[in-house]
Ligand binder design. Sequence first.
Ligand SMILES: [Zn+2]
Ligand SMILES: [Zn+2]
Length: 300
Amino acid sequence: MVGSKGYVLNGTVLLLIIPIFILFLSTLTMLDYENRANCDSINSNNVMSTFKDVKDNIPIITLDVLNNTAYGVIEENMTIINSSEYVKAKVQERIDKLIYDCDVNCTIKTITSYEEDPFYIEVNSTITVQKGNVKHAENISQLVSVEGLPDPLPFTKCDSISHNLTSIEYYHSLAAYLGGANGSFYENATSPFIIRKCPYEPYEVHGSALVMIDCIQNGYYHESNDGACYLCRLEGKATCPHRGLETFIIPHGLNNGSTIASVDHVIFGDLYEGSPFIINSTTVYILFLDEAHRKKYGIK
Ligand SMILES: [Zn+2]
Ligand SMILES: [Zn+2]
């Protein structure tokens, strides 16, 4: 009898225990679920902030690599064969050294001259960031301005030239580069050192002496279909198939006659003549310009 009572009691206890056990298990699952959700949300914030950081770093690193590369050409006579690939490899190297507590995979796919505006370089990359179950991947395209960077082109063409913060002094080297009668016009010539976009648009307003003098004195650069883009300038090319830039090279003396036109892609590449254009203001300047450039800058 006692035994059977015992069984009854055990049965009741068992009936009570089962729901308690179920309740306990479900609480555990819920806790685990909540824990994982919390973890995912922390990871997600982490992934997004890492993604943003990598993304923000790309244009900063690219600008620094462009600047270092240009100074390598200017100060150390470095020769760059394929500037796109060279700069891309350097940027990738620097990106790979960034340290995060997420798995980061950032591939710089291309670095090219921006087709819409030669004052910009376009960087295309893929960034993948992962932590735990959270993953974010994106293909991005970013623009880096070349304004403020030094112009390496003249340094690939002439020896013994110098620069200060704003302009290049050619002394005898441009005359030597051009040689003969043409060269003598460019004895002690000067040209800009830093890329700065000319604010005077449309370009025809350069027909006014005040605008032209200000443009020359500030060493501005202009968009040009003939002049080289920044990446090609790093390779020592004066002209290239991309939309590019041009600036004036300013002769020192006021010589009569005609000589190679005073535009950098003409002097360092195309080599055609221009006739004198004297800009008379408080300072007197002379430029030699061909018909096409006279038309472009509104000079009659
Ligand atoms: Zn200008
Ligand atoms: Zn180019």
